[in-house]
Design a protein around this ligand. Structure first.
Ligand SMILES: Cc1cc2nc3c(=O)[nH]c(=O)nc-3n(C[C@H](O)[C@H](O)[C@H](O)COP(=O)(O)OP(=O)(O)OC[C@H]3O[C@@H](n4cnc5c(N)ncnc54)[C@H](O)[C@@H]3O)c2cc1C
Length: 345
């Protein structure tokens, strides 16, 4: 038992769990373990080929993100939005072209992509993280907590659950959580778990060269939002956006053809000269989603007060973006809850 004992067990190595781990470590606490079901850290933050398939942007009012980036020495930069942007608002009317107001600053992105934040957080605590360890049950014992996984049993004094509440209902809690807590968990939509992203890399930023910002917005085509996704140094060129969820159930080949056809209509056939093309449908990812999502958007309400209480005699707390009363669902909420949890435990 001793080898698998730590004072704190954090479940989930997403932004929230890693923030808690980092803050615990900075307070001088070294007896903690982070259990993560995926074979990677970061959760809904994932960068592949310099493209963010999960969280990407934040604004000046996301103070927790900005403070944490500053603390970790990770730089930010503005989303590129110069040149002509395109609004496609009807299948019957021509597209609209517009220019973004140069006096209104665009959203921020993270230099080195969103993964830079995850890597900086995990740097000091990486030896405490166990990936490919899926939590199955949480049991309160006389002396502490017992967490059973598909990779062994872990013992601790206190447990922090950072898994999105909706999918944390898969875990067996004993003694059982109050009924109303389970009901709230079940109704808490996991933010963006319905999103499908597409990312393309290019040899040249042809849209910039043609005076386009890369931004295409509209609900009527195969891609609902598209943005320039070049790196901060402007050395690697990419476009990234959200796929129309109406294409979820079509074949991968058909979806790709429709996406490329739609984008070439507005940005030209140079789009077909991509170096790489990738999609990520979060609704198909077991570690984030457990629903067969058919609706395009569910209005979520986050930070329910049930998530701000201790359970199992003060030994269990919930954390994570969906539990946060501040900017729930967003990176800012994940960080806020990660910090609060450490304070409150
Ligand atoms: C497509 C998309 C776009 C987004 N865009 C933005 C954006 O631009 N700006 C923004 O602020 N936010 C955005 N978000 C939201 C942002 O990603 C989240 O707020 C944040 O990453 C959530 O962090 P978290 O730690 O609370 O949860 P998660 O990242 O979901 O972490 C939970 C972790 O628990 C793990 N886990 C699940 N089940 C188990 C189990 N049984 N046992 C062990 N581990 C388990 C998961 O693998 C995961 O690593 C976006 C999300 C997506 C999906």
């Amino acid at each position: 038992m001793k080898g698998n004992f730590s004072k704190y067990i954090i479940i989930g190595a997403g932004l929230s769990g890693l923030t808690s781990a980092y803050k615990l470590f900075n307070k001088g606490e070294t007896s903690f373990t982070v259990l993560e079901s995926r074979d990677r850290i970061g959760g809904r933050i994932v960068t592949r080929d310099r493209i963010d398939y999960g969280a990407t942007w934040f604004q000046t009012h996301h103070e927790e993100v900005i403070a944490l980036l500053n603390e970790l020495g990770v730089e930010k930069y503005h989303q590129y939005n110069k040149g002509k942007s395109i609004l496609v608002y009807s299948t019957m009317a021509p597209e609209h072209y517009f220019e973004n107001d140069p006096d209104t600053p665009s959203a921020y992105r993270i230099k080195g992509n969103s993964q830079a934040l995850i890597h900086a957080l995990a740097k000091t605590v990486s030896d405490k993280i166990k990936t490919e360890t899926k939590v199955l049950s949480i049991h309160e014992t006389e002396n502490g907590m017992q967490v059973a996984t598909d990779n062994g049993v872990f013992f601790g004094e206190k447990v922090i659950v950072t898994i999105p509440p909706k999918i944390a209902t898969r875990i067996s809690f004993s003694p059982e959580l109050p009924v109303e807590v389970g009901a709230v968990m079940d109704k808490t939509h996991t933010w963006m778990s319905n999103a499908i992203k597409v990312g393309l890399t290019f040899k040249e930023p042809f849209w910039r060269n043609n005076d386009f910002s890369g931004m295409i917005i509209g609900q009527v085509g195969a891609v609902t939002e598209l943005y320039d996704h070049n790196d901060a140094e402007n050395e690697h060129y990419a476009l990234m956006g959200f796929v129309n969820e109406g294409l979820r159930d079509t074949s991968a080949e058909n979806r790709k053809q429709r996406i490329l056809g739609y984008l070439s209509q507005y940005l030209g056939t140079e789009i077909l000269d991509y170096l790489s093309y990738e999609e990520k449908d979060w609704s198909q990812d077991w570690h984030t989603s457990c629903e067969n999502i058919k609706s395009i958007y569910m209005s979520p309400s986050y930070g329910n007060p049930v998530f701000n209480r201790n359970y199992m005699n003060g030994k269990l707390r919930f954390s994570g973006a969906e539990t946060s009363p501040v900017h729930g669902g967003y990176m800012d909420g994940a960080i806020y809850s990660g910090i609060q949890t450490v304070e409150k435990l």
